[in-house]
Design a binder for this molecule. Structure first.
Ligand code: GLU
Length: 445
C-alpha cells in the first residue's frame, strides 16, 4: 500500500512551496487509495512552536488536504536513540569534536587547494584516550554517519536517474553535541517504521536523499521511491526565498484567495498540463502525474491566483455565499440580485463588502464638468424609490426624450453619477439595490 507523508517543521507558517510538497504527497496517496500522514518534524525544541502546528493543520484543513493520521517526532525520540545505538553497533556512527570554527577553517583550506569541502573524517582516527580527552575538554561531540564512499543511485520520480558520489558528501551529523536528534536521523527512522513508500519533496533535498538512502539501508530498511520537485521562483525567475514569508497559505487565505484556486494552480504549475480551475481534489487527482513535472525551476506568480478565484466565484450559486451576504446586512429579498450583480465583478469575496457599502450608502458621484447640467436635470427626474429592474429603462427613456442624449453619452454619465464607477454591473440590476442616491443632491444645485 502506498504511504506518503507531509513533514513540515513547525517553525513558521507553511507557504506555497510547502503546499506543493503537501499536495503532491496527498495526491499520490489519494490516487492509489493509500495513506497520507501529517508528520510534524519537531525535534528542534527551541524553534518548534505549537501555534505553528495549529496553523499548519488549519491551512491543510482549509485546503481540504485531509490526513489519515498525525505523527510527532518529539514523541518518538526513543526510537531515534535506538536507531543511533544500532548505527553505533555496526560501526557506522562516530563522534566528532571539531568546533564550527575548526570545520570552517578546514573547508577554507580544502577550497584553497581546489578540493571539495568534504569533512575529512579526522575524528575516525582518534584513539579512545584522545576522544575521552576531547570530551572532557569540549563536552559531547556530534555524531556523524559514516557514509560508504561509493556512488548512490536512484530513479527519481521527477528528475529521472540520479547518481551521487558519496565521497563528495560530508558524513552527515545526525545528533548534535547537546543530544538533539537532527532531521535526517528522525526522518529515516520514521520513513522506515511508518512504511513510507513514496517521498516527494523539494530539490533542495537531493543530497539529503543520497545520504538517507545509505542510512536507511544501514538500518535494514528499504528506501522509498523519491521524487524531487523543482523550487518555485518569482515570475521573472528571481528567488522566492525572501518573499515566501508573505506567500504563506494563511496570508493568501486572508487576501481572499479561494482554496480551489490555490490547489488548481499548484497541482499543475511546472507540469506539461494546463492550469484550469478544478472544483474538487478528486478532479485534481484525476489528471495528476508526477512524471509530468519538469526539473526546471517553476515560475510562480501569485497574481495568477486571482483570475482562478474569480472564476470560482462566478460559478457559485447564492447558497454558497448566502451566510456571508446576510452577515453584510443585505436584505433577504435582495440577496439573490446582489449576488448576481456582484459575482461577476469581484475577484475575491472580500470585495462583497465594498459593493454592499456602495449600494447601501451610495457612491461618491463621478460627474465631469460638461455633464453637470445634464446630471442635475436627470436626477430631478429620478423617481422616488424603491426601484425595480424596470426603473433604469423607464428613467433613461424619459431622460433621453427630455435631453436628446442617447447611447454612451446618455448612459455613461448616469452610471458614473450613481455608482462612481466607469464600469460595473448592469444598471438595470443595480437600481433595485441602491438604498441611497447621493447624486440626487446634484438636482438641487
Ligand atoms: N521537515 C523537513 C522539511 O520541512 C521534511 C523534509 C522531508 O520531506 O523529508 O524540509
Amino acid at each position: 500500500m502506498t504511504v506518503t507523508r507531509f513533514a513540515p517543521s513547525p517553525t513558521g507558517h507553511i507557504h506555497v512551496g510547502n503546499l506543493r510538497t503537501a499536495l503532491f504527497n496527498y495526491l499520490i496517496a489519494r490516487k492509489s487509495g493509500g495513506t497520507f500522514i501529517l508528520r510534524i518534524d519537531d525535534t528542534d525544541p527551541e524553534r518548534s512552536k505549537e501555534e505553528y502546528v495549529d496553523g499548519i493543520k488549519r491551512d491543510l484543513e482549509w485546503l481540504g488536504l485531509t490526513w489519515d493520521r498525525t505523527e510527532r517526532q518529539s514523541l518518538r525520540l526513543d526510537r531515534y536513540h535506538e536507531a543511533a545505538d544500532k548505527l553505533r553497533a555496526i560501526g557506522r556512527f562516530y563522534e566528532a569534536f571539531e568546533t564550527p570554527t575548526e570545520l570552517d577553517l578546514k573547508r577554507k583550506k580544502q577550497l584553497n587547494m581546489g578540493k571539495p569541502p568534504v569533512y575529512d573524517r579526522a575524528a575516525l582516527a582518534l584513539s579512545d584516550a584522545e576522544r575521552d580527552a576531547l570530551r572532557a575538554e569540549r563536552g559531547n561531540g556530534v555524531w556523524r554517519f559514516k557514509l560508504d564512499q561509493q556512488r548512490i543511485d536512484w530513479e527519481d520520480g521527477i528528475l529521472g536517474p540520479i547518481s551521487i558520489d558519496a565521497a563528495s558528501v560530508s558524513d552527515p551529523v545526525l545528533i548534535r553535541g547537546d543530544g538533539q536528534i537532527l532531521y535526517t536521523l528522525a526522518s529515516v527512522v520514521d520513513d522506515i517504521e511508518m512504511g513510507v513508500t513514496n517521498v516527494v519533496r523539494g530539490s533542495d533535498h537531493v543530497t539529503n536523499t543520497a545520504t538517507q538512502i545509505q542510512i536507511i539501508e544501514a538500518l535494514g530498511g528499504t528506501p522509498p521511491g523519491f521524487g524531487h520537485h523543482s523550487l518555485l521562483t518569482g515570475p521573472q525567475g528571481e528567488s522566492l526565498s525572501k518573499r515566501l514569508g508573505v506567500l504563506s497559505i494563511r496570508d493568501l487565505r486572508e487576501a481572499g484567495v479561494e482554496p480551489e484556486a490555490l490547489l488548481s494552480l499548484m497541482a499543475r504549475l511546472g507540469s506539461s498540463q494546463p492550469v484550469e480551475l478544478r472544483m474538487s481534489l478528486e478532479e485534481i487527482a484525476d489528471g495528476f502525474e508526477l512524471s509530468q513535472f519538469g526539473a526546471a525551476p517553476t515560475k510562480f506568480d501569485e497574481n495568477d491566483l486571482y483570475p482562478l478565484t474569480a472564476r470560482k466565484l462566478h460559478g457559485l450559486p447564492l447558497e454558497a455565499v448566502a451566510d456571508e451576504i446576510e452577515a453584510l446586512g443585505v436584505p433577504a429579498d435582495k440577496a439573490e440580485l446582489f449576488w448576481t450583480v456582484t459575482r461577476e465583478n469581484i475577484q475575491t469575496r472580500k470585495e462583497l463588502a465594498k459593493w454592499w457599502a456602495l449600494f447601501r450608502d451610495g457612491a461618491e458621484p463621478l460627474v465631469a464638468d460638461e455633464d453637470k447640467a445634464f446630471i442635475a436635470e436627470a436626477m430631478a427626474m429620478l423617481p422616488e424609490g424603491p426601484f425595480t429592474q424596470e426603473t433604469w429603462g423607464e428613467w433613461t427613456k424619459a431622460v433621453k426624450e427630455k435631453t436628446g442624449r442617447k447611447g454612451k453619452g446618455l448612459f455613461m454619465p448616469l452610471r458614473k453619477a450613481l455608482t462612481g464607477l466607469e464600469r460595473g454591473p448592469e444598471m438595470a440590476d443595480v437600481m433595485p439595490l441602491l438604498q441611497q442616491i447621493p447624486a440626487r443632491k446634484l438636482a438641487e444645485g
